[in-house]
Design a protein around this ligand. Sequence first.
Ligand code: G6P
Length: 607
Amino acid sequence: MCGIVGILGTSPAAPLLVDALKRLEYRGYDSAGVATLENGVLTRRRAPGKLRELENVLEKAPLSGHSGIGHTRWATHGAPTEGNAHPHAIGKVSVVHNGIIENFRDLKEECIGRGVTFETDTDTEVVAALVSLNIAGGMAPKEAVDATLSKLQGAFALAFLFEADADLLIGARRGSPLAVGHGDGEMFLGSDAIALAPFTNRISYLVDGDYAVVTRGGVSVFDDSGAPVEREVKTATASAQLADKGNYRHFMAKEIYEQPEVISHTLGHYIDMARETIVLPDAPFSFADLDRLSISACGTAFYAANVARYWFERFAKLPVDLDIASEFRYREVPMEKGGLALFVSQSGETADTLATLRYCKDQGQHIGAIVNVPESTIARESDVIFPTLAGPEIGVASTKAFTCQLAVLACLAVAAGRERGVLDADDESKLVNALVELPRLIVEGLKQEPVIEGFARDLARSSHVLYLGRSTSFPIAMEGALKLKEISYIHAEGYAAGELKHGPIALIDEDMPVIVIAPYDRIFEKTASNMEEVAARGGRIILITDEKGAAHSNGLAERIIEVPDAYAFVTPILYAIPVQLIAYHTAVFMGTDVDQPRNLAKSVTVE
Ligand code: G6P
């Protein structure tokens, strides 16, 4: 994912910017660039490829100036060329950007109508254009950025440098992280504290929606309503700067909040936005030739595979054999040679998943791995790797890796649908656009956190919790129950809502909360009938739904968590977030060890 740095320093900024960018290399990138104010003039150096290429450019044509911004780019909109590399500059404004501006096409049209000429294929350039137009219209930089931010849709972090002022950087955060580094007479911006470690260990973290006006004398932060706010300056230790919780109390909370950013990054790896199509790595198989597909995994990854089954069967008309790896490996399943076996694993080291992979290999299957650790054993033993770009996940209970697994599986299902002739270009473009909207919708959905925190205390008093859902919400119900069990130690079950009558209804009483996951889709009314059955027996319902679902819930729910409206295809990814927050806040009230729950391991390398 892209990395951002900004420096208001007392020595030449360019080498420091490159140094900081090197510390962001772990995020992955395919071009890089820096801009400084050289004798008061905005000057840029950019290069495709690794930072070494940028250093070569800077050796031949050094940049002076003590103020600058830098960027490592992971291409989403436009190829990784020098021209598309950041910083982008229009007029007297230069900008670096991490994330996606979803409405850039409309904004670009607007700017072209106002006389702007664009030089790149990126969504980012439109941000520089809007700020530049505002400044040309007489606004000060702060007002120009503020007015621009209110027009942007999507999840992003931005840093601006202005030709008119060598003592000014403006940073903004919506969905993607941004930290402010406090030095002595120097100030910094960075995607994380790691990038700023050589300069300072005094860090403040912007909260979502904030923007920061930075000068060498300090920083003024404004929240999403434009009101001035204080963000605490924390002293990060060296190790904390490596594995850094930022403003969060637990890694799990941090990882929940990283989801807009890491999903955006993961989608960026598979989606060609210019053509609104999915692009997969080269593989020794074609989905068009398959009769069936087998998917195996353990734990949370298994629930991601459960969701994927609905997608592959619906969008690619490809039947899926789904298995818990620890069961599959001992079942002696006969397999037709030349089939495809997919494995989903965060760590890439889970013993049962690996054993199943080896069995499938012996059975002549092509092996594909959806993994978060590219150097893991499962990745190494696979024919093709479909990476999730969630970054290191520290919390034992998986959150961001799960939603990134779903994002990758969604892309695979759409690509399979196209290859098998089930989806035409128009269908594919609709599904791709639904995926691209996800980071913004997740940012919106995260705003329900206070509602969830409000009833978590109540939930923490329960001994049992039932989760219900239908279709792709069923695996999310199972994942919700797993999350709650794992970190709060409260017994929970995830059930297909239609199965309620076949057993769990006997458990319903006023002491058993029932969490219903039900976007307003083609089967909402079926789930609503199940809610009636629960309510009729005195059960207390917590409903996770959207605006229409809330309107059609007939007052049956004691509490409603309202998630933004979304295309049914992507709701499992969106609804995973409240489910994670419910488990998190309940566990916080219980006082458990949220990041390292008892008896659990992050990577299960034994059977
Ligand atoms: C353990 C972890 C879970 C994870 C599961 C599978 O149980 O605690 O979070 O879902 O293993 O791990 P994998 O690394 O294969 O996804």
